[in-house]
Design a protein around this ligand. Structure first.
Ligand code: NAI
Length: 307
């Protein structure tokens, strides 16, 4: 491995607390100059003070690192643009973006207010898109970029009461899939982190003995792996308690139905075959799926013609 972190410039959003703080400290310890973003304050992010970010900057400086605090609300594009401009002015480039800022507004879908749904989408989806868009052109120009999108097992598998959060976190996978393709030729690598850690966000939700294992610092090496020179791209990395896993999306082999059999009854009767997970394919793109279907249908039609 030839990962070079020294002299790189990173933006870590929501880095005043929890996971973001651990990522910022971890990057700084490797010699990365870090813009520590956090709008700070209350658990739901409504307070606009930058003090948590400033505290993290002090920690980094005390350890001999280089960092700047920034209080942008990631949901506001002008504030994000100003943050990126400040990093560029100070350090000349932005190599790494760790989209980490987040909030929770848990409620069952029946009780959830639409305002809360969109507030969660605003921070996670709009915030991530804003920050990523704001660095995209400069990463293309410098032909180098490493971007982490913070998802959650909630977005991949679901969690009761987290329709807003789950929707927002699933969006990270969709965004990664496309940016991976579009960034490829500029050496921009885009990955998703699905962490689990004891933070303000999980306080009260997780039993005490488990919380002890779940230090945010146990996740950060995964982020460093995802943003190094030798980073992979289009990887969903699960991380927590020092455990690292990878998530894949596969498609089953499936079945071809001739026109006369294309009924819901036949699909129901053959659903076990459709679901058979013995032969799985990882598809490179949506187009890959279409071509696969066309191939399968063509082969089936040819077999029928030959008989
Ligand atoms: P946390 O609440 O400790 O930290 C999140 C930080 O984001 C806070 O400091 C908050 O001020 C900041 N923030 C919120 N809205 C912001 C905005 N609009 N602009 C800038 N900063 C903003 O939470 P934690 O647990 O460290 O979460 C970090 C990320 O990891 C989040 O995206 C979260 O959804 C995700 N995550 C956390 C898990 C966990 O187990 N803690 C599980 C799965 C995902």
């Amino acid at each position: 491995m030839s990962n070079r972190f020294e002299g790189r410039v990173a933006i870590v959003t929501g880095a005043g607390n929890g996971l973001g703080r651990a990522h910022a400290l971890g990057l700084a310890a490797r010699g990365v100059k870090v813009m520590v973003n956090d709008l700070g304050g209350a658990r739901d992010g409504r307070d606009a003070s930058t003090s948590p970010a400033e505290a993290v900057v002090q920690e980094i400086r005390a350890a001999g690192g280089e960092a700047m605090a920034n209080g942008a609300n990631v949901a506001r594009f002008e504030e994000v643009q100003a943050m990126i401009a400040a990093a560029q002015n100070a350090w000349g480039r932005v190599d790494i973006l760790v989209n980490n800022a987040g909030i929770l507004r848990d409620a069952t879908f029946a009780r959830l207010s639409l305002d809360d749904f969109w507030a969660v989408m605003d921070v996670h989806v709009r915030g991530t898109v804003n920050c990523t868009k704001a660095v995209w052109d400069l990463m293309r120009e410098q032909k180098y970029g490493r971007i982490v999108l913070t998802s959650s097992a909630s977005g991949i598998y679901g969690n009761f009461g987290q329709s807003s959060y789950g929707t927002a976190k699933a969006a990270m996978v969709g965004l990664m899939n496309v940016l991976h393709m579009e960034g490829d030729k500029y050496d921009i690598r885009v990955n998703v982190l699905a962490p689990t850690a004891a933070t303000r966000m999980t306080a009260g939700l997780i039993p005490e003995h488990a919380m002890k294992l779940m230090a945010p610092e146990s996740v950060t090496p995964g982020v460093l792996f995802l943003v190094g020179d030798d980073a992979p791209s289009k990887v969903i990395l699960g991380a927590g308690c020092g455990v690292f896993t990878r998530n894949f999306v596969y498609e089953t082999e499936g079945i071809y139905l001739p026109e006369s059999e294309r009924t819901p009854e036949v699909i129901a009767a053959r659903f076990a075959e459709i679901s058979n997970a013995e032969r799985l394919t990882a598809l490179e793109s949506a187009t890959h799926q279409t071509l696969r279907f066309v191939d399968k249908a063509t082969a089936a039609a040819k077999t029928a013609y030959d008989q």
